[in-house]
Structures are given as C-alpha cells and as structure tokens.
Design a protein. Structure first.
Length: 155
C-alpha cells in the first residue's frame, strides 16, 4: 500500500511539473510573439507599408491587452483566451505578408538591406504565434468547462 501511495504522489508531482513547464512555455512564447509583433509593426512603419499614425495606438492597446493576459491572467481561462486571440492575430499577420501582391519582398522592403531582418521577424512571429496557439488551445481544452454546484456551495 505504501508503494502505491508513493507512486501516486510521484505521478501527481510529475503532472504538476508538466503543467508548470507548459505554463512557462506558453508565457515565454506569448511574450516572444508580442516582441515580434512590435518589431514587425516597426518594420511596416519604416518601410511605409503601414502609415504612421493613431491607428498604431490601437495595435499598442491590443498588445497591452495580450501582455496583461499573459502576465496577470496567466493560468486562468481569460488569460488563455486572450493569449489565443493575440497569437491568432500574430499568425494572421505572418500569413498576410507571405501572400498577395504586396508579399514579403515586394515594394520598398525587397530593395532594402533590411529585408533579411524583416523576413526573419515574420518567420519568428509565425513560429511563436503557432506555438502559442497550440499551447493556449491545449490549456483551454484541459480546463473543466463548468464548475460543479457542490464545489461552488462548499466554498
């Protein structure tokens, strides 16, 4: 009986450790996604793909919400939803720039020495965004969808 209890404790400890690793990976990937979106937005403004103006403050607001969801609401359903939506936005940004007439190397960026950094940032944004989408979706799916009435009345 003692061996069984010990193995149950080891399993629970490993499960908790796995959750901590996944949470740390999600936080890191989300923060990197925010960083790469800001670097990308900077490139868009510098290469006049996006006009500099007040519309960029909306992007700053969206990134602040994602930062809040990552750091303050981390581990909660609302945090996972915010991270998921922000990461989907990052993925959409990468996909939009990969296709279309104004793709990666068209316009001013294709004639610039800065094209390498711009393309690298988009690839890194696509990678971290995809990883964040996967981890946040996995975390959302692992949460219970409803609280039982017993748990809410006992508290």
């Amino acid at each position: 009986m003692i061996g069984y209890r010990a193995s149950v404790r080891v399993y629970e400890a490993q499960k908790g450790e796995s959750h901590m690793k996944q949470s740390a990976m999600l936080t890191t990937a989300s923060l990197l996604t925010i960083l790469f979106i800001t670097l990308h937005l900077t490139g868009d403004i510098l290469f006049q793909m996006t006009p500099a103006g007040l519309l960029n403050l909306f992007a700053v607001f969206v990134l602040v919400v994602q930062l809040y969801g990552t750091l303050v609401l981390g581990g909660r359903r609302a945090g996972y939803i915010i991270i998921f939506l922000g990461s989907v936005l990052g993925l959409i940004i990468a996909v939009i720039h990969m296709k279309g007439r104004r793709g990666l190397l068209s316009g001013d960026i294709g004639n610039s020495g800065q094209a390498f950094l711009f393309v690298w940032t988009l690839l890194a944004l696509g990678i971290t965004s995809t990883f964040s989408v996967i981890l946040s979706a996995s975390a959302l799916l692992s949460l219970p969808w409803r609280r039982s009435r017993r748990a809410s009345t006992a508290a």
